[in-house]
Design a protein around this ligand. Structure first.
Ligand SMILES: Cc1cc2nc3c(=O)[nH]c(=O)nc-3n(C[C@H](O)[C@H](O)[C@H](O)COP(=O)(O)OP(=O)(O)OC[C@H]3O[C@@H](n4cnc5c(N)ncnc54)[C@H](O)[C@@H]3O)c2cc1C
Length: 495
């Protein structure tokens, strides 16, 4: 503690965490559980509660976790913690829609948000290292180096000093889809940020919609509108027209977490390192075929998941030209196979397609303009030379968050790049970091006391989007980072 109560100042290492979504919250919790000395942990997060972030700060009953509770693991020494939370509340009784046709449970995302916010409160009240967890309900806007660490300026005018800083801001504001002119950004029918709570409520029951993007966000928007009784026609337009896939049974969660944390992933053990994307595709196809020969009806997802677990290793070893090829041609295929949604969500999308209310189309927008009758969009269908025109009342941008840190609509990250404390990774997938999440500065050296965790570090860690992957990352890197964080040189005198 900064002050021992006798008026004598003790030195305590102060860690500022910028962003209090899942990554920031679990970082704070695990630091307080793993540290051998008390830390002063200062979480900067504008939302009311720490732990929810973009994914779990939702009250929408149609928004469900895309995995059963068993996979939402926070503590590797108690992997059933969230499952027990769910069982103790008879959630299936209160929300019968949570049970999928195969009997698996897919609870609302708000439940996980409640749980996370509760875990943060529990660790604020008491934690094994006696650390202090504070929530600064504000947004960081810039950062300066001080003699001993960093000073973060907050939008509200305050500041936070810290010996070390963890960047956990993750998902940036989506940019307008290609083909939509900037002039339409503020049009009444343009919903540029589908996560804004007030925006979707503007859509009327009979309004005609163009949903751009067919990933998790697009699925969220469609089921959410259906829940509110929306009856208007919806065209879902995406580059490849691939809908999200149905989630399936994961089997043993402990084994899955072990796989995620393996230094040499199973796919690499089986096939060796890959030097081209084509080799990866062939390896997966061979594995799917082998699994189907051995087990009747074997699921392709079991083989594909080995690619997800090896994504970081594969990515780091691919030559630059292959990385470019992947980014240009295969990233959306990977996304649609990787990003699966609860079976209940797929059932609803399929039903809407059967009734003709929803249609899915592969294609791209050529141009769009507004007139007195609404929004007109000219688009091309994939492998079709013709140009089509659609009239809509609303365009909902579901192209997903922008990852490039200096273009993610987050001036704070832009500031850290501009000042050279950080630099984007070469493909702009996030920040450039080393294997422990230590941020690289503009010249490629390590920035002292500056760390990046969660999706913002995916340029090195590969597929680090879901809760199990983020949990596994932090359990792996924090034991190495903690001695670094708590070394005497990093101890700050109380302020
Ligand atoms: C819609 C959606 C649904 C998902 N569903 C699942 C699921 O069911 N299961 C699963 O395992 N994974 C799911 N995921 C994956 C999800 O990314 C992770 O589970 C996790 O939420 C990532 O959290 P995060 O804290 O890294 O990022 P975010 O949730 O983006 O949180 C970042 C936080 O940083 C704050 N912030 C940003 N800039 C600043 C700043 N300058 N100063 C201070 N604070 C700032 C933001 O307010 C935000 O709260 C889902 C993701 C999305 C987007």
């Amino acid at each position: 503690m900064p002050n021992d109560g006798n008026g004598e100042a003790n030195s305590t290492t102060t860690v500022a965490i910028v962003g209090g979504g899942y990554t920031g919250a679990i970082s704070a919790i695990l630091l307080s559980r793993m540290s051998s000395t008390p830390l002063d942990i200062r979480i900067i997060e504008p939302r009311q509660e720490v732990g929810r972030g973009l994914a779990y700060d939702t009250e929408d009953p149609a928004h469900r976790l895309n995995v059963p509770p068993a996979l939402m693991v926070l503590y590797l020494d108690d992997i059933e913690h969230f499952s027990r939370f769910v069982s103790s509340r008879d959630i299936a009784g209160a929300d019968p829609g949570a049970v999928a046709a195969d009997g698996s449970l897919y609870v609302r995302r708000s439940i996980f948000g409640d749980y996370m916010a509760g875990e943060v409160r529990r660790h604020r009240a008491d934690n094994p290292s006696g650390s202090r967890l504070r929530h600064y309900r504000d947004r960081a806007v810039s950062m300066e180096a001080t003699g001993q660490g960093y000073r973060l300026a907050l939008a509200g005018g305050g500041q936070v000093d810290a010996d070390a800083v963890m960047l956990c801001t993750s998902h940036g504001t989506p940019s307008l889809p290609p083909g939509i002119p900037d002039a339409l950004r503020d049009h009444i029918g343009m919903i540029a940020d589908p996560w804004s709570k007030s925006e979707l409520s503007r859509i009327g029951a009979d309004d005609r919609l163009l949903v751009v993007g067919a990933g998790l966000t697009g699925a969220d928007v469609v089921v959410s509108l259906r829940h509110r009784g929306h009856k208007g026609k919806i065209l879902m337009l995406s580059r490849h027209g691939l809908p999200p896939n149905r989630q399936h049974d994961f089997g043993d969660v402990g084994a899955l977490l072990d796989r995620v944390r393996r230094p040499v992933p199973i796919l690499i053990e089986r096939h060796g390192h890959f030097t081209s994307v084509r080799q990866v595709l062939h390896a997966v196809r061979r594995d799917v075929a082998k699994a189907r020969r051995e087990v009747h009806g074997a699921d392709w997802r079991d083989s594909f998941d080995h690619v997800r677990d090896a994504a970081g290793v594969i990515w780091r070893n691919l030559p630059m030209a292959e990385k470019r090829r992947y980014s240009r041609h295969l990233a959306s295929y990977y996304g649609s196979h990787r990003n699966r949604v609860a079976p209940q969500v797929i059932d609803q999308l399929e039903e809407l397609q059967r009734t003709g209310q929803l249609s899915m189309q592969a294609g791209r927008i050529e141009s769009a303009y507004a007139d007195s009758r609404g929004l007109s969009v000219e688009y091309r269908k994939r492998r079709d030379p013709g140009t089509y025109t659609g009239r809509f009342d609303f365009i909902v941008n579901c192209t997903g968050p922008v990852h490039r840190p200096d273009a993610a609509g987050n001036s704070f990250l832009g500031d850290t790049v501009a000042k050279g404390f950080t630099r984007p990774d070469v493909f702009g997938l996030g920040m450039d970091v080393d294997e422990f999440g230590r941020a690289k500065s503009a010249d490629g050296g390590l920035s002292n006391g500056l760390y990046v965790a969660g999706p913002l570090s995916r340029g090195y860690f590969g597929d680090i989007i879901g809760v199990p992957q983020i949990t596994a990352q932090l359990h792996t890197i924090l034991p190495t980072l903690l001695p670094d964080l708590t070394s005497p040189a990093n101890a700050r005198q109380p302020d």
